[in-house]
Design a protein around this ligand. Structure first.
Ligand code: SF4
Length: 401
């Protein structure tokens, strides 16, 4: 049985065992094996993870990994990337192992995400996907003559169902074989895109749990999650040669800011003013300056000891950007000053007192996809934006380069 770890069936399993089995030794051991194969030199998924495993334990172990990542690491950290890539690779390998011989099962799993049209060959050598006829010439255009059954075009899905993967830059629109709004896919393509989409959904799930848990008194699930946390950190450090959102606390260097942040500092229009200043700029500057190492309810005062860093470095930049907005943000909305301190974790206080830090969550910068959704005008990507998914990753990656 292959289960999408976020499906309703999987959810039922998690609900049934919440609390007890979720942190059992058996589940922990399985969770460890789900990621440990990435540490070896060969990086081959062991056979025991491809078949013959207990599906309930498998679902619980994946959930334990998600929660461990959400509790301990920032979104877009290399540990989260590791969990996501493991789930993605496992799902792909498990579906590939079923092969074309069990096409119906693969299609039933993939149809959770895609409305799949199965092509039927026409006498002229083309294919018909329900009402859409693709002629022989079109079908074999653009080097589509690939060898082997799993590579032959067999299905069509609306290209829109792949847009999440395209937006995440995991697939280029120009690489799709498109005909009349349909993306034509082979068996291998279908599995590839299904796994990628699953990986992105896992990332969304962990990020949403991270946001939910921020500022809350979340208890460690058990000592086993501590071990799992350490395991994720050690594998990720080896695999990605340093965490993705690593960085030293240091004076802000504006030449490394991403285009969206540079644009906000230059001033924004009324439509996206509040989001730009209070949500994005405030979180970006504070996290970029403090570079917290942990995601477990971080408080600014644990990373910034001198209040002048806030009052003389971070807040002046935010206030200047607010005054460059059209119209200036605090002129008609003076209450936004309070909101900025709230987003920095100081609660609803008008005074900057380090002892108040931790009264509200210290908000993490939204990811690029969310920014494009909430305030599309702010995102003006450059070349380097192709490599990252969060403005903070851009900043630290630019440093590294
Ligand atoms: S892609 Fe991300 S970092 Fe780059 S401009 Fe857009 S929101 Fe900013």
């Amino acid at each position: 049985v292959i289960l999408n770890p976020l499906s309703e069936d999987a959810e039922r399993i998690v609900r049934r065992h919440r609390g007890e089995k979720l942190v059992s030794g058996e589940v922990f051991e399985h969770a460890r094996r789900l990621v440990e194969w990435r540490a070896g030199k060969r990086r081959v998924i062991p056979r025991s993870l491809l078949s013959g495993y207990d599906e309930e334990v498998d679902v619980l172990a994946q959930r334990l990994l998600f929660l461990t990542a959400a509790l301990n690491f920032t979104p877009y950290s290399s540990e989260l990337k590791l969990v996501r890539e493991c789930v993605q690779a496992l799902s792909k390998a498990r579906l590939m192992a079923l092969g074309l011989a069990r096409e119906r099962e693969v299609l039933s799993i993939a149809s959770e995400f895609f409305d799949i049209r199965i092509g039927s060959p026409t006498v002229e050598g083309g294919m018909r996907f329900n009402g859409v006829l693709v002629g022989k010439r079109e079908l074999f255009a653009r080097e589509q003559l690939r060898y082997g059954e799993p590579w032959r075009i067999r299905y069509a899905v609306s290209w829109r169902s792949l847009s999440r993967i395209i937006r995440a830059r995991e697939l280029r629109f120009i690489d799709l074989y498109l005909i009349r709004g349909l993306a034509l896919l082979s068996f291998n393509d279908l599995i590839e895109y299904y796994s990628k989409l699953l990986g992105l959904k896992v990332e969304d799930y962990i990020t949403s749990r991270f946001e939910e848990l921020q500022g809350r008194e979340a208890k460690e699930l058990s000592s086993s999650t501590r071990q799992l946390r350490e395991l994720l950190t050690s594998i990720a450090a080896e695999l990605y040669k340093g965490p993705a959102v690593s960085g030293r606390a240091a004076r802000l260097r504006s030449e490394h800011f991403p285009p969206c942040i540079k644009g906000i500092l230059a001033g924004v229009q009324s439509g996206s003013r509040n989001y730009a200043i209070t949500v994005l700029l405030t979180s970006f500057l504070s996290y970029a300056r403090a570079a917290p190492k942990t995601a477990r309810q971080p408080r600014i005062r644990d990373y910034i000891k001198d209040p002048r860093v806030l009052s003389e470095e971070i807040l002046p930049l935010i206030y200047q950007a607010a005054s460059r907005c059209t119209p200036p943000l605090f002129e008609d909305q003076p209450g936004e000053r309070l909101n900025i301190l709230y987003h920095l974790g100081f609660g609803m206080s008008s005074e900057l007192r380090m002892e108040n830090s931790g009264r509200s969550p210290w908000y993490f910068p939204p990811n690029c996809e969310k920014i494009r959704r909430e305030a599309p005008g702010l995102c003006r990507p450059d070349e380097m934006c192709r490599e990252i998914k969060n403005p903070l990753s851009y900043y630290f990656a630019s440093f590294r380069k």
